[in-house]
Design a binder for this molecule. Sequence first.
Ligand code: IMP
Ligand code: MG
Length: 174
Amino acid sequence: MPEKMSPILSRAEIAQKVKGIAQQISKDYAEKDLCIIGVLNGVFVFLADLVRELTIAVQIDFVRLASYGSGTASSGTVRITKDIELDVTNRDVLIVEDIVDSGLTVAFLLKYLQRFHPKSVKVCAFIDKTERREVEVPIDYVGHVVEKKGFLVGYGLDFDQKYRQLPQLYHLKL
Ligand code: IMP
Ligand code: MG
């Protein structure tokens, strides 16, 4: 672990939280037709763990979004760089995100998905980082809420495309 990182969640804590969310989703969608849309790239680690704890049948697809600008803050303009390929019309959709920060990505996706007329849309985020929220977005399933300022890495989350592979979640001192 580089010195500028401090641990936020251990592997065991992450596993416990993922299992809890998976149990709730499995219960809520037991009689439904669930279509999971993972938001690349950051979600790949969380999604892989989450879906393996589910006890229901699901279909899984991915969307990839880019927000203009770089650095550690979202710029506000979101565009799709890889579209969804599953037909979600009249389906129960669950957007799965690694982290919700400003809320702009989720807000964009919620609006975008409406054009396909899904039956329902809910949101699952492993981390709810509330400090910089700009738009109110409903988050139906949350693993961990972070209120303090800062940037998180590991468990799929990157800084400049680095640190995604770290199995724990860290706070990065910039
Ligand atoms: P938004 O600001 O809610 O639109 O989040 C946009 C994206 O920024 C998230 O999906 C993450 O990929 C990324 N992001 C936001 N906060 C962090 C962080 O603390 N660490 C790593 N990535 C982050
Ligand atoms: Mg992301």
